[in-house]
Design a protein around this ligand. Structure first.
Ligand code: FAD
Length: 321
């Protein structure tokens, strides 16, 4: 009996996979199961120390050019075969766009229970998970009625805790022959210097209140000062001011950064659904009655076009002094 965690890569290993491994180790310790990991990609050429102290017993690295980009057919096939081989009772995957699709397909193929987009894992005689529902208004406790069970874990919800320097054994395997109808040849990044929204520790987001696309540089400057990713409300996306990949919310991305700065965003329930689990929320809005002020930790009432440049300047000053 074992636990299998999926380490997602986009060229390099993604932080969210290491977080998922860390959260899975707690389940492994409480249940007495062994923790193994799965890597799918061109080649596992990371410095193995990146996996040190995470409690992973064996890393199964499937290496092939056709695994560099996500392929539902290939990834699902390999995950399901390995889960059967290892008799995995618990499978954990980061709740990224790729991870959630992979989980849904694998759960259907394996005919097992699935809890998507959870924010915590636990073990008490069976697998337990914590999952926000109803656009984040309710936090539900999920208890698996039978195992194997599959969970996707929202990025930025578990800390990477290392104990000791132990490294996993690495078992390298080539991709088995899998008839696949599609292959992704290239993924084009939308912007240079782009910080992935779902993994970002800090997000600066703009809404209709920014006034127009000509004002994004004001927010981008704050992003640069903070090393933040740029998010947007649906109103800004629908107005054609920014690409939909930046949208945060119910029909956009669900994010959980350490710091979320909402600029000119009113705080509609559909937007909150995507960011209310952020650890600290700062709102800048010129309307003191804006609903976002009921949810934020710090609120600044005023014109964002005046406040944001001052904030960026002050952050740069403090960093250089
Ligand atoms: C099915 C469905 C799904 C949806 N999914 C999403 C989703 O995923 N994400 C999402 O964001 N929305 C979503 N929406 C839309 C959502 O209901 C809101 O319409 C949207 O979030 C509003 O965006 P906003 O806050 O930018 O705009 P507004 O609500 O228009 O708010 C603009 C704010 O900017 C402030 N402001 C204006 N000028 C300034 C200034 N100079 N300085 C400071 N503040 C200023 C105003 O006071 C106001 O509070 C969805 C709606 C539906 C029906």
């Amino acid at each position: 009996m074992s636990i299998l965690v999926i380490l997602e890569q986009r060229g390099n290993l993604k932080i969210c996979g290491l977080e998922a491994a860390s959260a899975s180790r707690k389940v492994a310790e409480a249940s007495g199961m062994t923790l193994n990991a799965l890597y799918l990609g061109r080649a596992f050429d990371e410095n193995p120390s990146v996996l040190a102290g995470l409690g992973i017993s064996t890393l199964y690295a499937y290496e092939n050019e056709d695994l560099h980009y996500y392929s539902n057919e290939r990834y699902v096939h390999i995950l399901c075969e390995l889960a059967r081989e290892l008799e995995a009772k618990v499978i954990v995957c980061p709740a990224t766009a790729v991870g959630k699709e992979l989980c849904a397909s694998a759960a259907a193929r394996l005919q097992i229970e699935l809890a998507q987009d959870c924010v915590a894992l636990d073990w008490n005689e069976t697998l337990k998970a914590v999952k926000p529902i109803y656009a984040g208004k309710v936090i539900s406790d999920v208890s698996f009625s039978k195992l194997p069970g599959l969970v996707s874990l929202r990025p930025n919800t578990a800390a990477i805790e290392r104990r000791g320097e132990d490294l996993p054994a690495i078992v390298r395997r080539d991709m088995p022959l899998i008839p696949a109808r599609s292959t992704i040849l290239e993924v084009a990044e939308a912007m240079s210097g782009y910080v992935d929204l779902t993994e970002a520790k800090i997000i600066v987001a703009g809404g209709r209140g920014i006034g127009g696309p000509e004002n994004w540089p004001v927010l981008q400057d704050l992003c640069e000062a903070l090393g933040a990713a740029l998010g947007a409300s649906r109103a800004a996306v629908d107005a054609g001011w920014i690409d939909a990949s930046h949208q945060v919310g119910q029909t956009g991305k669900v994010v959980c950064p350490d710091l979320y700065i909402a600029c000119g965003i009113s705080g509609a329930i559909q937007h909150l659904a995507g960011m209310r689990t952020a650890k600290i929320i700062v709102a800048i809005n010129r309307d003191p009655e804006a609903p976002i002020f009921q949810f934020c930790d710090y609120g600044i009432v005023g014109d964002l076009l005046e406040i944001v440049p001052k904030l960026a300047g002050e952050i740069r000053n403090r960093r250089t002094n």
